[in-house]
Design a protein around this ligand. Structure first.
Ligand SMILES: [Zn+2]
Length: 367
């Protein structure tokens, strides 16, 4: 017969040797679990000689109870110690530098759009929004671009629905707008003059993509309608806008042009902000090896083609129910992408849409 005292001593020694809750649990399973020697002995008590059963049962149960009490007390001690150690390890050291969290920035196009908006807000204009999907009526007809006009060539336009190549133009067909001038119509339909608004937004054309063309790009449209507005107001507004945009007092040059929705229409050039119109590379201007002494921004021209503009055609006023005898107005459109390229001196429009972080991160505009 196994010696109860010896079994209890062995068990106690192993339990006391445990230094963690896990070790104590393992020792407990070995000695007080179903296969523990003391437990087996107590379970087998009926097979002992009758004269031994009483004292083995009594001593065995006392030993087991003592061991269990020890396990409970020691287990609590070890658990407390482990918790203390854990808390000590996890303490937050407030003096450590914070972990850097990557922070997004505004895309260069967003920065440029906001800059343009700010300049016009400063001149008392409101910023408006308008749909990118438009009917052909808004896209062309109401902008004095009748069926058969070359600008209405279906190969230049993305159609959403309702376009039938055989049936020809259909004012209800839906297109992706090809210019932001559609916003003029929407605004005039909703608002009575006087009106001073700008509308920045995306436009779409079926262009082949290269360094200066994209099938999606960004324009900003400005529209002013009031009594007595003339081309002089248009030019003065351009001077104020472009001078603020590029910095300095820059000359504006107007060249006659044609747009269906303005009459007269002009192309506006701004004096080159890099060479101040001289056409020669400024002193200290970064030039590649073998470069000429021509200004790299205007390529020696002294002028930069910057926008199309004109006085709103009376037919456009008629389309939206304005009295062309009472009010006049001017409108101009400028490429937001092009402004970004000019101001930051990069030659390829595609950088703006490829989302290459090496490019994007060079312009860390904060939200
Ligand atoms: Zn220049």
């Amino acid at each position: 017969m196994a010696d109860i005292e010896q079994l209890a001593r062995d068990a106690r020694a192993e339990l006391e040797a445990a230094t963690t809750v896990a070790e104590l649990d393992a020792a407990k399973v070995r000695h007080l679990g179903k296969s523990g020697p003391l437990v087996l002995l107590l379970g087998d008590i009926r097979n002992l000689p009758p004269e031994d059963r009483g004292h083995v049962g009594k001593e065995g149960n006392v030993a087991r109870r003592q061991l269990e009490e020890y396990v409970a007390a020691r287990g609590a001690e070890l658990a407390d110690a482990e918790l203390d150690a854990q808390v000590a390890r996890d303490v937050v050291d407030m003096t450590l530098p914070a972990r850097a969290v990557p922070q997004g920035t505004l895309h260069l196009l967003t920065q440029t759009r906001r800059l343009l908006e700010d300049i016009f807000l400063g001149m008392g204009y409101a910023v408006i929004d308008a749909p990118e999907v438009e009917s052909e009526w808004y896209g062309f007809s109401a902008l004095n671009t009748p069926v058969g006009h070359p600008a209405r060539n279906p190969t230049d336009t993305f159609y959403i629905e309702g376009h039938d190549a055989n049936a020809g133009a259909n004012d209800d067909a839906l297109i992706l707008r090809t210019q932001t001038s559609t916003a003029q119509l929407r605004t005039m339909q909703l608002t009575k003059p006087p009106l001073y608004v700008v509308h920045p937004g995306r436009v779409y054309r079926r262009d082949d993509i290269d360094a200066t063309h994209s099938d999606m790009f960004h324009q900003m449209e400005a529209l002013a309608v009031d009594e007595g507005l003339t081309l002089a107001h248009l030019k003065g507004t351009m001077e104020q806008f472009l001078g603020t945009l590029f910095g300095g007092k820059l000359e504006i040059r107007l060249r006659t042009h044609f747009f269906p929705f303005t009459e007269p229409s002009v192309e506006a050039d701004v004096q080159c902000f890099n060479c101040m119109g001289s056409g020669r590379a400024p002193e200290g201007d970064a030039q590649g090896e073998g470069a000429s002494d021509k200004c790299r921004v205007c390529r020696g021209e002294g002028w930069i083609e910057i926008m199309g503009a004109g006085m709103v055609d009376p037919n456009v006023f008629e389309a939206v129910g304005y009295d062309a005898d009472r009010v006049s107005g001017f409108a101009f459109g400028i490429g937001i992408d092009r402004v970004a390229m000019l101001r930051h001196d990069f030659p390829d429009l595609r950088h703006l849409f490829q989302n290459d972080l090496r490019f994007v991160r060079q312009f860390p505009g904060r939200p």
